[in-house]
Write a protein that binds this ligand. Structure first.
Ligand SMILES: *Cc1c(COP(=O)(O)O)cnc(C)c1O
Length: 395
């Protein structure tokens, strides 16, 4: 008999009653160090007082009106995102996939409205993940996501990640844009070379394509900069974001330059909930926290410490962990044992993590963790590796 909840998830048999900063607490009182943050969402930990206050205060005033009317929180948050980035305009959504959808529609509409309706194809990269709607699974290109759902939506051409010549070869007179995650999350924390991203910008400029960076997982401070593109010398034309921007409240956004957004006139796109007053209250509060003086410096500092410590674990347990892939607090432990073995061993020791492709265990801790939390995490990792029965090197 089918379960009351559509059984689309392979869930861990564990549930939580409350959260406190970087901890999740089960009904029996067991505390877990939450190093997956709801997959890069709860970046400010659980129950952050500023987010809580923003949500509760707004909840007492007004939840929802409709995009039929002006929503002041949208105007504030959009303006602040624009001031902090390359963008000139913002569309608000409820999720990451919808933010990518907006980006894809915008890209096609741009070419349509600038005299090239034949340009609608988007080049994507192997290992990509862009969401679970029909368009975003076509963009992701993985058989695992596409299988059984009929012919994939037309217009996506996938190339190997890291090969600029492959991109060049894939560009045709029908190509409209390039869509890439500057760091692949689901793909196993594959950090894309800065020079490669800069090469894509050059190709986009040469061929009049729009460059779309999916920063849904790597954005909002995850890498130690507000957005990952800031580690390069270039900017995208369109950037879908989500996950941490709502700190756990469903919120996404699609940022764009004025040029890229030229076709998005009244009536071309919309969302019932997108950017409603509750979401905007939380989104603005999340941005307050991340833009506070010293917040991102602290993230980089703690992340450096964490990565140093991971280097030591890698040396000690080279039989368990093959490679540490990381930028800031976006960390992938590529395993020699099945990644689920390490995830289970960590959980048994009180720490929550999540898998990724390429046999990787992902660590996406809340950005608010301190060096003490790092020490605890490293201690747990040390024990979990030992539990897996792979001998530690004694020197
Ligand atoms: C999570 C994610 C998405 C999809 O976001 P949803 O909110 O699940 O729709 C898209 N792209 C990337 C890079 C992601 O990590």
């Amino acid at each position: 008999m089918i379960t009351p909840v559509l059984p689309t998830y392979a869930r861990v048999d564990l549930e939580f009653e409350r959260g406190e900063g970087p901890y999740l607490i089960a009904a029996d009182g067991t505390r877990y160090l939450d190093f997956l943050s709801g997959i890069g969402v709860s970046s400010f930990g659980h129950g952050h007082p500023q987010l809580l206050d923003a949500l509760v205060t707004q909840a007492g005033k007004l939840w929802h009106t409709s995009n039929v009317f002006r929503i002041p929180g949208q105007e504030t948050l959009a303006t602040r995102l624009i001031d902090a980035t390359f963008a000139d305009t913002v569309f608000f959504t409820n999720s990451g996939a919808e933010a990518v959808e907006c980006a894809l529609k915008m890209c096609r509409k741009y070419h349509h409205d600038t005299g090239h309706p034949e340009r609608y194809r988007i080049i994507t990269f192997d290992g990509a993940f862009h969401g679970r709607t029909l368009a975003t699974i076509a963009a992701g290109g993985k058989e695992k996501l596409l299988g059984g759902f009929g012919p994939p939506m037309e217009g996506y051409d996938q190339v190997p990640l890291g090969d600029l010549n492959a991109v060049r070869a894939a560009i045709t007179p029908e190509t409209a844009g390039l869509l890439i995650e500057p760091i692949q999350g689901e793909g196993g924390i594959r950090v894309v070379e800065r020079a490669y991203l800069e090469g894509l910008r050059a190709l986009a400029d040469e061929h009049e394509l729009l460059l779309i960076f999916d920063e849904i997982q790597c954005g909002m401070g995850r890498t130690g900069k507000l957005f990952a593109y800031e580690w390069t010398d270039i900017t995208p034309d369109i950037m879908p974001i989500a996950k941490a921007i709502g700190g756990g409240f469903p919120l996404g956004a699609c940022l764009a330059t004025e040029n890229a957004a030229v076709g998005m006139v009244p009536g071309t796109h919309g969302s019932t909930y997108g950017g409603n007053p509750l979401a905007m209250a939380v989104g603005n509060a999340a941005l307050d926290i991340i833009l506070e003086d010293g917040f991102l410096e602290q993230v980089r500092d703690t992340a450096n410490f964490l990565n140093q410590q991971l280097g030591m674990i890698l040396e000690r347990y080279s039989g368990v962990i093959e490679e540490v892939r990381s930028i800031g607090m976006m960390i992938g432990l590529k395993c020699k044992v099945p990644n689920t073995d390490l995830i289970n061993a960590l959980r048994a020791r009180g720490m929550l993590t999540v898998g990724g492709a390429e046999n990787v265990v992902r660590w996406l801790p809340p950005l608010i963790i301190t060096k003490d939390h790092v020490r605890d995490a490293i201690e747990i990792l040390d024990q979990a590796c030992a539990d897996l029965g792979v001998e530690a090197k004694t020197g």
